[in-house]
Write a protein that binds this ligand. Sequence first.
Ligand SMILES: [Zn+2]
Ligand SMILES: [Zn+2]
Ligand SMILES: [Zn+2]
Length: 261
Amino acid sequence: MKPFHVTFLGTGTSHGIPVIGCPCPVCHSSDPHDNRFRSSILIEDGAHTLLIDTTPEFRLQALRANLKSLDAVLYTHDHADHFNGIDDLRIFCKDSTLPVYCSEEVASSITSRFGYVLKTYDEAGGIPHLQLNKLKPYEMIRVAGFEVLPIPIRHGCKLILAFRIGSFIYATDSSGIPPESLPYFEGVDTLVLGSLRYSPHPTHFSVGEAVAFATKVGAKRVFLTHLCHDIRHSQLEAELPPHMHVAYDMLQITIGEVYDQ
Ligand SMILES: [Zn+2]
Ligand SMILES: [Zn+2]
Ligand SMILES: [Zn+2]
C-alpha cells in the first residue's frame, strides 16, 4: 500500500477545549496540546485528499492545515460536532461536485438538515454542490484512490461508522464494538480511538475502556482522540503505555512506511 499521512484537524469532544466559560485548569492550560477543535482528520497520499467529518470549526481547521483541495468527504455520523461545518465545503466544489460518502442515516440527515447542498448549479449559487454516496457496512469502496472499509461501531444506542484504510482504523465516538465488527479490527497497526474522559460515559469509551479495547485487538500504535477537558494532555500521555499516545490538533502521522509492511 502506498504510504499516506493522517493529520488530526481536531481532537476535542463536542464542546471543544477550552469549553466556553469554563474555569477549569485544562481549559486555561498554557500547553497548546490542551487546545482542541472538534474531532476530524485529513488523509493524504500526495495525489488525493480525503476528509473525515466537517466540524463546526472546519473553516478554521482548513486554514490552519493550509488545505487547498479535497477529493471526497466521509462522515462517521451526523452529530453536530462532526457534521455542522458542511456548508464550508463549498469552496472545494466551485467548479465540480464534491463526492460525500456516508451511511443511509447520515444521508437522510444531509437531506433534511442541509438539503440545499444537493441542489444543482442552476438552482442556486454560493452553496456547496455535494454528490451523495451511501455506504454499506463492511463493503469496501474505492474513494479517491483509497480502499475504504466502513465498519459499524456502537456510539451509545446509535450505530456509527469507523473507517479502515489498509491497516489504519479511525474509530471516533466509540462506546463499544459489535461482535460482528470485531473481525474487521484484526491486524490493525495504527488505531485512532475515541476516548472521552477517565470516568465512564454512556456514549463514549473511557480511557480505561479504550486502552483495554486497543490492547485486545493488538493494535501496534494507538492514538486517543475526542477528549474532554477532564484530560490534560501531558498527564495522560505520561500514563499511557509507550505504544499509545494522546492525539493533539495538527499532529501528523504516516501510515504504511514502518508499521504496514
Ligand atoms: Zn463527537
Ligand atoms: Zn474546562
Ligand atoms: Zn457523536
